[in-house]
Design a protein around this ligand. Structure first.
Ligand code: F6R
Ligand code: MN
Length: 197
């Protein structure tokens, strides 16, 4: 898109994208949206029984991504947001799928825009920890660290993100082995609980 600037010499234009500060939403061109409902997240939550009792059409999270270059392009950046709805499956908060990057050493920034939650992180040794997410929180996710968001509050959790256009997503590792801990509401508060294997 912005690869050929020949025609722009001496021009002053509005940017092709906008970022709404209040909501974190991106407007303009080259923005793709994806939505995950409960029916798309089979096997993600621990309590299979509670999962089957919920409406499969329930929205769990949506993602907006501004992708000005093709996925896989070295040197470019993607910019997006994730909105995780409030809710739980049993005692486990609504979460994103979670992933390592396909180019595993690629880092990423997240930041909190609205709502409250926990960014769940896991390294290659399967050590899992969390960072509280709130409006104004900033999170550097190093390479080789899997990441997943959980909404622990009563309103949608909106989180901004910026990542490498050649980072990609490796969902297989999480599909096969999950995170080594899950985030449950325990006595009214979020707690990371180690998964027994
Ligand atoms: C990009 C990134 C986020 C997530 C989004 C949804 O690298 O980390 O944009 O893609 O939070 O989570 P997943 O991709 O795990 O479904
Ligand atoms: Mn990522």
């Amino acid at each position: 898109m912005i690869t050929n600037s020949t025609g722009l010499h001496l021009t002053i234009t509005d940017p092709p994208q906008t970022l709404e500060r209040e909501t974190g939403l991106i407007g303009g061109v080259s923005v793709v949206v994806s939505r995950k409902k409960l029916k798309d997240l089979q096997g993600l939550f621990a309590d299979r029984n509670a999962y089957t009792l919920l409406d499969p059409e329930t929205l769990v999270y949506s993602v907006q991504a501004h992708m000005p270059v093709d996925e896989g392009t070295p040197g470019g950046l993607f910019f997006g947001n994730t909105i995780v709805e409030p809710g739980k499956v049993g005692n486990e908060y609504f979460i994103t799928h979670g992933h390592f990057h396909a180019n595993a050493d690629r880092a990423e920034y997240y930041w909190g825009v609205k709502g409250e939650g926990i960014l769940i992180l896991m390294d290659l040794d399967r050590k899992t920890w969390g960072e509280r997410v709130f409006p104004g929180s900033l999170h550097y996710i190093p390479g080789n660290v899997a990441h997943r968001l959980a909404n622990t509050g009563p309103i949608p959790l909106t989180v901004g993100a910026c990542w490498h256009s050649d980072a990609g997503h490796n969902y297989d590792e999480i599909d096969m082995n999950g995170f080594s801990a899950r985030l449950y509401e325990v006595e009214g508060s979020p707690r990371l609980v180690e998964v027994c294997r």
